[in-house]
Design a binder for this molecule. Sequence first.
Ligand code: IMP
Length: 283
Amino acid sequence: MEFAHESEAEFARILDFYGISWLYEPSSFPLRRKGERILEAFTPDFFLPDLNLYVELTTLRQKLTTEKNRKVRLLRELYPQVNIKLLNRRDYLRLLAKYGYGPPDAKKVPEIDRVLASARQIQRRVAELGAQISRDYSGQAPVAVGILKGVFFFMADLLRHTSLPVSVDFMAISSYEGDSGGAVKILKDLDLSITDQHVLLVEDIVDTGMTLNRVLERLRSHRPASLKVCALLDKRARRLVDVPLDYVGFEVPDEFVVGYGLDYQQRYRNLPFIGVLKQEALS
Ligand code: IMP
């Protein structure tokens, strides 16, 4: 099923979960005509046959919401027998929160445009990755190396899902901050020796790949027995350096994402889900 938006896919999953049948954009209602010609029509996102209810999600930009409100008003006037419910952003986030998908109060994170991976989806995927890593490293005692800070939730959850005698270490590196010059600096180096060890590098998100590329060079110089990469998120569309990723949690679109460890100016790391930050929240 092709949805126009991830929030629609998520809504469909909630309906499926609760056994409510749905049809996606099954009918269009003409709103304005000139003779035989239809000048304007409205196609609600969902029809729920069991409830005889159309549902329109307005989780997107405010501009679109205003336009949709107008169309829904017109639709109600012209087709009084049609039952339609408009779920706005707040309603929708509340709905997700109710099912354990998000924070209890959407007002706390008004800067989030939409949820890309819910807490539940993340936990399911991380468990799968943990199981796969446990199989692949069976009989070995790898060293998991995390890159601070964004990786802290992921690393903790991932390792809880591995059944290996694993050692843990962290590195911290500087990131590019405007035109101050300089190069990637190691702010915290490894405590453990990784020479002749099987190393699994764990990253939160790979964007251009430049950070990972530098870190891999550095780790290779210690001559580990093997070196693999596990990234929670892969923002592939933005890749500049072709870095090998052995394990990937989710591919994400070319947008700024926060939550589950990922920050924007040190905020949002504690959100239990991964969401896209609204354009206007990025200064
Ligand atoms: P890269 O060097 O361009 O691949 O960038 C990797 C680093 O940039 C990650 O470890 C993150 O710290 C940060 N980063 C890249 N994209 C995002 C994002 O969408 N949200 C939060 N941090 C990001």
